[in-house]
Ligand binder design. Structure first.
Ligand code: NDP
Length: 479
């Protein structure tokens, strides 16, 4: 028997993806793992899958029908490079190697270029949804060539999550486009999680409600415009009681958030592209700050507000927080899509923004009703310059912005950190401002570095002779 698809790497993601593939009609799945014990384990645990195991890369290649298609699910980085090196030795021109790990998109661009020289196709595919998604249907963001998509498309469609009848997979763009979009997905996920955490913290400290009571609030929110997987699981986490102490679990979890780096990549890339993803950046930094116990201990004695904080009308406050959360969430997505647009321009990808929002509706961590509104916004106006200015989002922000301001003011006065709420609001106000103090920054730059400036009333580039008689001269625009 020959397999039509293979999986390399049988840790939690790879084995679940292999089982997902095997459960679809018409698939026979070859499996390979560097250490054979894992292959043996998967084989023994899932006889129903009919896996074809291989002990060596050569045997793996021989087990696959041509053109061969294999999905790599190994530790991102050196592990991926090691597997590619081995597969390239045993595969032939026309075969397809898919990297489903969390690769940095620039690595994918490099690998695609190198593998293409052998005549083998290389596809970097972002896969989101964790282990559960891999098993039951993830959201899949493949890059790579149009040629490989012809073969790969039907296979990926068969295993992807389904949202409103449509599979959550689309050919994102060439080479690293898929992993780039997966990176942005994770950046938005960081922001979404931080915003929800800030909402919880403000409600708890402002109203004194218990985690279980706040769980009910989130469950209620999940029936409205905030409906999403992250809001849903937040309610579950807040309701959980620790068996050992009888306390809410959230109170016994150490308050230091970890990170595996994809949020930081989103921000690093945004800095390179010059895109202000401030809400996402604050979410990444909030995790870094939480994980600095020495600094936190040293700063614990610094003074806070002198007056105690109480909320007069808890119901009204909770509603303000809900609106602040929605508005900040719109900002985070708008910033993420700005980065997609900038990345597509920089790397020459043709990315359909509305399609990206569609494939995030199921399977992945940021799945939400809200994504339909993004698809509609780009369908109505494909050249939309900023998502938050689309009519639906403009109306939502108009309805939320007073609440948003009240929440940020209350947080600042109460000394409750809300970096993602407040920076999202600052972004909103910055973008809509008629004049920005950037004019003064230009003046400062011209003063100390003769960096020149432009004027609002005349074309040309100017410099004030600060160290001389301070008259203005027309300058060459060289800075
Ligand atoms: P791990 O990231 O823990 O990687 C373990 C697997 O990598 C094992 O199969 C291991 O083989 C293999 N491996 C490591 N180095 C090498 C090497 N040099 N040569 C061959 N094989 C190697 O596995 P996960 O299942 O957690 O994740 C797989 C990929 O999926 C990663 O890229 C991850 O970032 C990504 N991902 C993970 C998600 C998650 O929720 N966990 C979600 C989305 C994506 P061996 O058994 O021989 O050690």
């Amino acid at each position: 028997a020959q397999a039509n698809i293979g999986v390399v790497g049988l840790a939690v993601m790879g084995s679940n993806l292999a089982r997902n593939l095997a459960s679809r009609d018409g698939n026979t799945v070859a499996i390979f793992n560097r250490s054979y014990e894992k292959t043996r384990g998967v084989l023994d645990a899932h006889p129903e899958a009919g896996f074809l195991p291989a002990e060596t890369y050569r045997e793996f290649a021989d087990t696959l029908a041509k053109p061969r298609t294999a999905i790599i699910m190994v530790k991102a980085g050196a592990g991926t490079d090691a597997v590619i090196d081995e597969l390239v030795k045993v595969f032939e021109p026309g075969d397809i190697i898919v990297d489903g790990g969390n690769a940095l998109f620039t690595d994918t661009i490099r690998r695609e270029k190198a593998v293409r020289e052998t005549g083998i196709n290389f596809v970097g595919a972002g896969i989101s949804g964790g282990e559960e998604g891999a098993l039951n249907g993830p959201s899949i963001m493949p890059g790579g060539s149009d040629e490989s998509w012809v073969t790969l498309g039907p296979i990926l469609k068969s295993i992807a999550a389904v949202a409103e009848g449509e599979p959550c997979v689309t050919h994102v763009g060439h080479d690293g486009a898929g992993h780039f979009v997966k990176m942005i997905h994770n950046g938005i996920e960081y922001a979404d999680m931080q915003l929800i955490a800030e909402a919880y913290d403000l409600i708890r400290r402002g109203t004194g409600k218990s985690p279980a009571e706040i769980a009910d609030i989130f469950a209620e929110w999940n029936r409205g415009e905030l409906e999403s997987y992250l809001i849903e699981i937040t309610a579950e986490v807040l309701r959980q009681v620790d068996a050992a102490t009888g306390e809410p679990l959230v109170d016994v979890i150490l308050d230091q958030a970890g990170a595996k780096g994809t949020g930081a990549w989103t921000v690093q890339t945004a800095l390179d592209l010059g895109i202000p993803v401030s809400g996402i950046a604050e979410a990444v930094f909030a995790r870094s700050l939480s994980s600095k116990p020495a600094q936190r201990a040293a700063a614990a004695t610094l003074p806070g507000p002198s007056a105690a904080w109480t909320v007069d009308d808890p119901d009204a406050f909770v509603e303000d927080v809900r609106r602040a959360l929605y508005a900040s969430k719109i900002v985070a997505y708008s910033q993420g899509f700005d980065e997609i647009v900038a990345g597509a321009a920089e790397y020459g990808w043709s990315i359909q923004k509305g399609e990206i929002a569609k494939i995030w509706r199921g399977g992945c961590i940021i799945r939400a009703q809200f994504l339909n509104r993004i698809t509609e916004a780009y369908a109505d106006d494909p050249s939309l310059v900023a998502l938050l200015t689309a009519p639906y989002f403009r109306d939502a922000l108009a309805a939320s912005q007073e609440s948003w301001r009240r929440v940020v003011v209350a947080a600042a006065q109460a000394g409750i950190p809300s970096p993602a709420f407040s920076s999202s609001l600052a972004y909103y106000d910055g973008l809509r401002a008629d004049r920005l103090p950037a004019a003064l920054v230009q003046g400062q730059r011209d003063f100390f570095g003769a960096h020149t400036y432009k004027r609002v009333d005349r074309d040309g580039t100017f410099h004030t002779q600060w160290s001389g008689d301070r008259t203005e001269i027309e300058a060459q625009d060289t800075h």
